[in-house]
Design a binder for this molecule. Structure first.
Ligand SMILES: NC(=O)C1=CN([C@@H]2O[C@H](COP(=O)(O)OP(=O)(O)OC[C@H]3O[C@@H](n4cnc5c(N)ncnc54)[C@H](OP(=O)(O)O)[C@@H]3O)[C@@H](O)[C@H]2O)C=CC1
Ligand SMILES: O=C(O)C(=O)Cc1ccc(O)cc1
Length: 443
């Protein structure tokens, strides 16, 4: 980069309020690109943060968000979604004249409403949302930008600042963003959260039980652990604050319950018809496309280390319910790939693996009907899906936290391994989606 461009960047101050996982990731990347960062967290973390960033070039730590707001040109709130309104009410009125403000919360309609409520009218609003967690390399991942109220100059400045991530910029309104992320993130998380609750309730680590080994089980286990290793409020915020998400999570629980009842009642034909018709709805147009996940890819990601030939079939209720839910909610997940998280793409890859290999799907249905090995898992899974749906529908952050913390403690000893394997999975799915998008664009 030209020296004069670096010097010009130093004169633009980017404020970051909330130096948790995402705030720190943003601060480090933007500072490394030469912009000046003014950062803060809660006042009681001031001394600790100052020490942590003492040696980091371009990052200046302040005691609170009022001080950061007074002197920054683009201010990003990277705090818990549940707290955003209170935090913006406290610091928003101190925003520098003519500055730009945005947020990193995962649900944008309430976020922009909060900004409109508390920010002075001379302040522009440009928000963003990185569609990945803080330990993922942002390069190539989607980064949504929302131009809510901004001059061309302000908008261009935000684009320049965020270009340091080398992410794929996706331009949406707050409402479009929330509809898509409800379709992709919220219901995906509901599936993994339910699996984690069910395994905890049955008191088994799935990678230690032979019926949970190999293939798409690796995706289920690793991603469940990945979610539980993150902070509960991230998932609570995006589900509870997004009305479209609530409805889909309810449908996911209803799909799991209804399919499980068909299994218990021995209604094989009805189950088969329902599952095939959902599969046709979701995957009907994919017939000529390669699978996102293949055996050789999946087998690289084992936590159990048990060889493929030791695998047992599985009723895969979590996957059957997902595809049924997509159909009931009229969602074709491929339409949202440009605005999806790595977890969503991996989950879609797992559903596709089952539904686009007819012999596997037949085995799965036969196994669900005829073998009761998975009945107790499926029972707990159904309870768990309903429990998560209730926690979200009641809008109760505290109940959500309590439901989350049990499995989180249970799985904690395996988080380090799961994060490593999960990161490799995410790199692989990014490469696979790039290859497939290229193939599609050349068709
Ligand atoms: N983690 C993820 O995977 C992703 C998260 N997001 C969203 O980004 C936002 C940040 O998430 P994340 O970094 O993971 O969460 P963290 O909990 O790691 O960070 C939030 C930080 O904000 C601090 N905070 C709370 N109140 C204030 C305040 N008044 N002034 C300054 N700081 C304050 C929190 O302190 P304390 O802990 O003491 O409350 C915490 O350190 C959330 O809205 C989340 O939904 C978006 C994409 C991905
Ligand atoms: O990829 C996922 O779904 C994650 O779990 C990480 C995550 C969480 C919240 C977001 O708003 C974006 C990404």
């Amino acid at each position: 980069m030209e020296n004069c461009e670096m010097t010009a960047r130093k004169e633009v101050f980017v404020g970051i309020i909330g130096m948790g996982d995402m705030g720190k990731m943003y601060a480090r990347a933007i500072a490394a690109a030469g912009w000046s960062i003014n950062a803060c967290d809660r006042e009681d973390k001031f001394e600790g943060l100052k020490k942590e960033f003492a040696e980091v070039e371009n990052i200046h730590v302040y005691a609170n968000g009022r001080l950061v707001s007074r002197i920054s040109d683009y201010i990003m709130y990277a705090v818990e979604a549940e707290l955003l309104d209170t935090v913006v009410a406290a610091y928003g009125p101190s925003t520098k004249l003519g500055a730009i403000v945005g947020g990193q919360t995962s649900c944008k309609a309430p976020e922009v409403k909060t900004f409109e409520k508390h920010l002075p009218p001379d302040v522009d609003i440009v928000s963003c949302h990185s569609l990945h967690g803080p330990t993922v390399d942002p390069a190539g991942q989607p980064l949504v930008i929302i131009r809510h109220r901004a001059s061309d100059k302000s908008f261009k400045l935000v684009e320049d600042i965020l270009s340091c991530f080398h992410s794929k910029l996706v331009y949406l309104s707050a409402e479009e963003h929330d509809t898509i992320t409800a379709d992709t993130q919220a219901v995906t998380h509901a599936a993994f959260l339910s699996m984690g609750s069910a395994w905890t309730a049955n008191n088994h680590f799935p990678w230690e039980v032979t019926r949970w080994q190999g293939g798409i089980e690796n995706v289920k286990i690793n991603l469940t652990l990945r979610i539980y290793s993150n902070r509960w409020h991230v998932y609570a915020g995006l589900a509870i604050l997004n009305p479209a998400a609530q409805q889909q999570i309810r449908q996911y629980a209803a799909s799991a319950t209804e399919l499980f009842k068909l299994i218990l009642e021995g209604k094989k034909e009805e189950l088969t018809r329902r599952i095939r018709s959902a599969g046709e709805f979701v995957f009907g147009k994919q017939k000529d496309q390669e699978l996102l996940l293949r055996d050789d890819i999946l087998d690289k990601f084992s936590l159990s280390g048990v060889p493929a030939h030791a695998r047992k079939p599985n009723s895969h209720l979590s996957l059957l319910a997902m595809v049924d839910c997509w159909k009931k909610c009229n969602i074709v997940p491929y339409d949202h790939i440009i605005c999806s998280t790595p977890l969503f793409r991996l989950w879609l890859g797992a559903t596709e693996y089952l539904f686009r290999q007819p012999e596997l799907l037949d085995d799965c249905i036969r196994f669900a009907m005829e073998d009761d090995t998975f009945r107790s898992d499926d029972l707990e899974f159904t309870f768990a899906a309903r429990g998560w749906s209730d926690a979200v529908s009641f809008g109760d952050f505290d109940a959500y936290r309590k439901r989350f913390e049990g499995p989180q403690e249970y799985f904690r000893p395996r988080f380090a391994d799961a994060t490593k394997v999960g990161n490799q999975m995410i790199r692989t799915i990014l490469e696979r989606t790039k290859v497939m998008e290229k193939a599609r664009s050349e068709e």
